[in-house]
Design a protein around this ligand. Structure first.
Ligand SMILES: C[S@@+](CC[C@H](N)C(=O)[O-])C[C@H]1O[C@@H](n2cnc3c(N)ncnc32)[C@H](O)[C@@H]1O
Length: 223
């Protein structure tokens, strides 16, 4: 695995907080490039075990070949059920490094980044899930009130109502398809100076909605 996939922040502090026991059983709920997992494995003894979860199939290429490690390519909201399949009823610690990886941001066709224009408004972490809405699905089908609530709750976005109204108006003339379509609309509602910040908040809000990130976290915390 190269550092290009993702360089985790606060790596030593977050792994230290797990207070790893060499024979313990741990889960890395957001495996990604495997930075946290490798640091945990370095502290585990021969009997220790680590289960990694990631719903993005791209992460599978980073799985270490280590008999103590197992990558489960699914959403962590079902962690309890998957761990049961391996006879695990209790963990000694779990780490979740929430959000998206640098790899996801840096892959233009995933649609997560405001740096590109022609790419589709996708933003799904799990591209195998054909039932999950893309960002374009949300922008083209949700009603104005639903859009406002996403922008306010997940992005604390100024002018949320005006943006939702502009989106609903614009899509009467044709669907929003590409990152550039959304950027063009949103740019009209913010000051030039704060455009980057505004777009980042907007894309964060949409990404959280597309991936139902709050629901997944609630399920994980309730497990
Ligand atoms: C910030 S990155 C984690 C990076 C990782 N700690 C590392 O060291 O490379 C978040 C990762 O978690 C995954 N992810 C986010 N939410 C998830 C969920 N609900 N279930 C499974 N994977 C999830 C994303 O696909 C992404 O690869």
């Amino acid at each position: 695995m190269s550092d290009a996939y993702h360089v985790p922040v606060l790596l030593p502090a977050s792994v230290a907080a797990l207070q790893i026991m060499p024979d313990g059983i741990y889960a890395d709920a957001t495996f990604g490039g495997g930075g946290h997992s490798r640091a945990i494995l370095a502290q585990l003894g021969e009997q220790g075990r680590l289960f990694g979860f990631d719903q993005d199939s791209d992460a599978q290429a980073n799985a270490p070949q280590d008999p103590r490690f197992r990558l489960i390519a699914h959403n962590f909201s079902h962690i309890k059920q998957y761990l049961r399949l391996y006879g695990i009823k209790q963990l000694d610690g779990i780490i979740a490094d929430l959000g998206v990886s640098s790899h996801q941001f840096d892959t233009p066709e995933r649609g997560f980044s405001i740096r590109y224009d022609q790419q589709p408004l996708d933003m799904r972490m799990n591209q195998q899930d054909d039932n999950a809405p893309t960002a374009a699905d949300i922008l083209n089908t949700y009603n104005e009130a639903q859009l406002v609530s996403i922008f306010q709750e997940y992005g604390e976005l100024p002018a949320s109502k005006r943006l939702a109204h502009a989106i609903v108006n614009a899509r009467r003339g044709g669907k929003l398809r590409n990152v550039g379509d959304l950027k063009h609309l949103a740019a009209q509602l913010c000051r030039k100076r704060s455009k980057g910040e505004y777009l980042a908040q907007l894309f964060q809000a949409l990404r959280i909605a597309v991936n139902a990130e709050m629901d997944a976290l609630k399920k994980l915390l309730g497990t």
